[in-house]
Design a protein around this ligand. Structure first.
Ligand code: ZN
Length: 281
């Protein structure tokens, strides 16, 4: 089994997603989102250091520019920095011919601020389109972590070679997204209830010897009771032997080395399960 903790550092950009015109003037709203990269992130990094876990952080370019010290701390902790658009642009909200410009802007921001050339991508709101995998391969990306098409990693065929897909199992948004105007989420879940969901999913994934990629946001999971929740979850997951804890890119590299054993899907047909026999382990 492979485990990768991944953090989407949406921060300030999420404020713009919700109110592109006045985000900067709405200090109350802005502060809720700023909490992620400025307050939640350092606490999460300390927790990961304590448990000696390396993780992957998907950082929008604009967040990197506004919070270079946060990005530097991620790199200093030995974690991976990956791509999460520039202004957290949801592909559904932009014309397809803008995708490449946004991708390049994000790459350049991460290169400039973090000195990193990202090889992993997660789409904002996990919205990708059939043209996304080819675009990512053209720009040298090794993997995407936006889909949810299988319990195991798979390959997405493109004209420039296969893109590794690391499908995610669980996210904190479903439990802990909150906010007013516009109203988000369905009310905060009890950390106890969320732990039950995550722990059961982890245990079942362990039995299948599959992939457990989970998604967290410092603006949600960085809050005090949710941080304790993440710690309890890490402790739960760490009690089992023979689990490979890795960054998403380490898993993607491994996938490339065993590519002949992975299912391959075409971008327009993300139906991995139909193309491969059920693994025996
Ligand atoms: Zn995001």
């Amino acid at each position: 089994m492979a485990v990768s903790l991944t953090f989407d550092v949406d921060g300030f950009t999420a404020a713009y997603t919700r109110d592109p015109v006045r985000a900067h003037e709405r200090l109350g709203r802005w502060s809720e989102f700023a909490y992620g990269p400025t307050v939640g992130l350092p606490k999460i990094l300390r927790l990961l250091e304590e448990y000696e876990v390396r993780a992957t952080f998907f950082v929008p370019g604009y967040v990197a520019e506004l919070c270079p010290e946060g990005v530097a701390a991620i790199v200093a902790g030995g974690h991976e920095i990956a791509h999460h658009a520039y202004m957290h642009e949801n592909p559904l909200g932009v014309a397809p011919d803008q995708d490449e410009e946004i991708l390049v802007r994000g790459i350049e921001a991460l290169r400039r601020v973090a000195g990193v050339r990202p090889v992993g991508y997660r789409a904002p709101a996990v919205e990708t389109r059939p043209s996304t995998p080819a675009l990512l391969r053209r720009h040298g990306f090794r993997y995407d972590a936006s889909e949810g098409g299988d319990d195991y990693p798979y390959l997405i065929e493109t004209a420039d070679g296969p893109l590794v897909e690391l499908p995610a199992a669980n996210g904190d948004s479903q439990h802990f997204a909150y906010g007013q105007d516009p109203l988000r989420g369905t009310g905060l879940a009890s950390p106890e209830a969320a732990l039950d969901v995550f722990a059961r999913e982890f245990d079942a994934t362990y039995r299948r010897g599959a992939l457990f990629v989970s998604v967290y946001h410092p603006m949600y999971t960085g809050r005090p009771s949710r941080l304790l929740w993440l710690e309890r979850l890490i402790r739960h997951m760490r009690r089992l032997p023979r689990v490979w804890w890795a960054t998403a890119d380490e898993i993607a590299r491994h996938c490339q080395s065993v590519a002949d054993r992975l299912a391959t899907v075409r971008p327009e047909v993300p139906a991995a399960r139909y193309l491969r026999p059920e693994p025996s382990a």
